[in-house]
Ligand binder design. Structure first.
Ligand SMILES: [Zn+2]
Ligand SMILES: [Zn+2]
Length: 261
């Protein structure tokens, strides 16, 4: 049972918001006007063709957004993004790391269709049968941990964005496709690197049991609407936070707390 007031009163900082500086439809100036509705930053994709190509593009984005009074992050594409200079990363207020594709035994697996399905944008997931294969699912889980671990070591990630979004999540029951032991390994990677775990409104991940495990293990959290258009209420997020009884004090507030390395 979720109280209707949850969504209205949720004033946690929303770190994950796109603009037209990558694939969003809203300008930086318009984003700066909605921080009064609820506190939020901007975090466009890096890399993004023609827009976010290198350190210079990122630093220009940071300057333009910060001048408007916005907190500025990035959604860094784990496993494929070129390495940024440490000074560039540290000058941002935070860096979200997120997986959107995964190389498994020489084959690139895009997460797009699974993501669209989880967002409710397509009615069915066409590759259900392929990803229902136990051996492939196990390799995907192993590779997710490898790639996330490598990125945490190299890329100065502060927040793991939509951490359990993948073709496996699109199969349904997350407690079956992600065994508890695997969940604990992913959470432990976040703890070891002091990376917050995002509660993602758009995909509705991670699921309740994952969030409960993460809280028991001592994780930090972060709100991410992952909106590409107008700012909407965080209904799903409020319900997820309430269902898992996550303490608001464990959420990031628009800046990194992780010590720079
Ligand atoms: Zn993403
Ligand atoms: Zn995003």
């Amino acid at each position: 049972m979720v109280r209707a007031s949850g969504a209205l009163t949720l004033k946690l900082f929303d770190h994950h918001i796109h603009t037209e500086r990558s694939d969003g439809t809203v300008s930086l100036a318009e984003r700066a006007r909605t921080v009064d509705v609820r506190p939020h930053g901007v975090s466009d994709h890096f890399p993004w063709p023609g827009k976010m190509r290198d350190d210079d593009d990122v630093l220009r984005y940071l300057d333009d957004a910060a001048r408007l009074g916005l907190r500025v992050g990035l959604e860094y594409d784990i496993g494929v993004a070129p390495e940024l200079r440490a000074t560039t990363r540290e000058s941002l207020h935070y860096v979200i790391g997120a997986l959107h594709q995964l190389e498994v035994d020489g084959v690139w697996i895009p997460f797009d269709e699974a993501g669209a399905f989880l967002k409710g944008k397509v009615a069915a997931f066409s590759e259900r049968e392929r990803f229902g294969d136990d051996a492939l699912a196990r390799r995907i889980r192993e590779r997710m941990l490898d790639v996330v671990r490598q990125s945490f070591e190299r890329d100065g990630i502060d927040i793991l964005g939509h951490g359990t979004m993948s073709p496996l999540a699109a199969l349904g029951d997350p407690e079956r496709v992600y065994p508890a032991e695997w969940q604990q390994q992913l959470i432990q990677l976040c703890l070891d690197a002091d990376v917050a775990i995002e509660v993602n409104e758009a995909y509705g991940v991670p699921h309740r049991e994952f969030l409960e495990r993460a809280q028991r293990m001592g994780a930090r959290f972060s709100v991410g609407s992952d909106t590409h258009g107008p700012l909407r209420p965080l209904d799903k997020t409020a319900a997820m936070i309430q269902a898992a009884s996550l303490a608001h004090e464990r959420f990031l507030a628009g800046e990194r707390v992780r010590a720079a390395r």
